[in-house]
Design a protein around this ligand. Sequence first.
Ligand code: PMP
Length: 360
Amino acid sequence: MARIFNFSAGPATLPEPVLAQVREELLDWRGTGMSVMEMSHRDKPFMSIATDCEKNVREVLDIPANYKVLFMQGGATAQFGIAPQNLLRGRTTADYLLTGDWGKKAAKEAGKFAKVGIAASSEGDKFTHIPDPAGWTLNPEAAYLHLTSNETIHGVQFRHFPSGTAPLVADMSSDIACRPLDVRQFGLIYAGAQKNIGPAGLTLVIVREDLIGSVLPGTLSIHDYRAVAENESMLNTPSTFSWYVCGLVFQWIKAEGGIAAIGARNERKAQALYDYIDGQDFYRNPVRKADRSIMNVPFTLPQPETQDAEFLKGAVAAGLSGLKGHRAVGGMRASIYNAMPEAGVAALIDYMKEFARTRG
Ligand code: PMP
């Protein structure tokens, strides 16, 4: 078996011990004689998987009791609409901070339900930084303030979160569980699982319970956080297999030393890559240093037309895949999520050095 270092932005690399356990349990989950994929979500075995997963998510992310943890479907994209449907609570406006394409998409979808105010945007600077909070325009009537904690395409990540604003809503799809964080700063957190915490098909939602229960008229029950919570995320058939694997990923985080250890390792990985990029002239990363992502590292080569394809081809031959940047920004992007080992980043840097040496 040959595993390669997979730098894909998502679906993304999963921890090898998790995959090994899935393989081990695939045909017969703990003496039940069936795969998790074949189980009724209503029967005891899956109920225990679901309960354990929530327990581990709460423990690892230190989620207070007054927050609901929901396992939904439809990805972060569905949450772009579900969030306003639930959180407007009689108000008509919501504020959005735009630090990349995902925030822009979220604001556009929210516009179908709310008057959207753009509190700030760095689009004029090609989303290469987070606008200075002193210049944000916050509407006192806004039901919430939405931000994208990590912009996957542009590699821009919030290090500090605003306080004293309307309830904070964060799309954490690409940086959930990547570092220690106080959940109490947020009214709502949502994240598609397929980058840091499991396979595609599952969306993790963490919502403060006093914010739920008054959805917009016409909201489907399956999109009503309170209805989902009251039914333990089983209002319809949930994404059982993804839920199971997500539980294993959180167990793995615990075994690795918890979120503090994971966060420290992520910082080391990102630091190594940025230090290398900043210390030479061949590759460039355009993001302001203070706002650089520890999860997604975009970089460009001096002659994209001739060098990009060659770089990618050589990378695959060196056992490094998924490095092609998003079409919106071009160039390369190394996604170095929790499951990417330090050895993977070291191998990438070695390859980058060698490529630059022969082409520079
Ligand atoms: N938000 C962010 C920050 C993302 O990175 C992505 C996926 N790349 C999405 C939203 C959309 O997620 P999904 O495909 O789960 O709907």
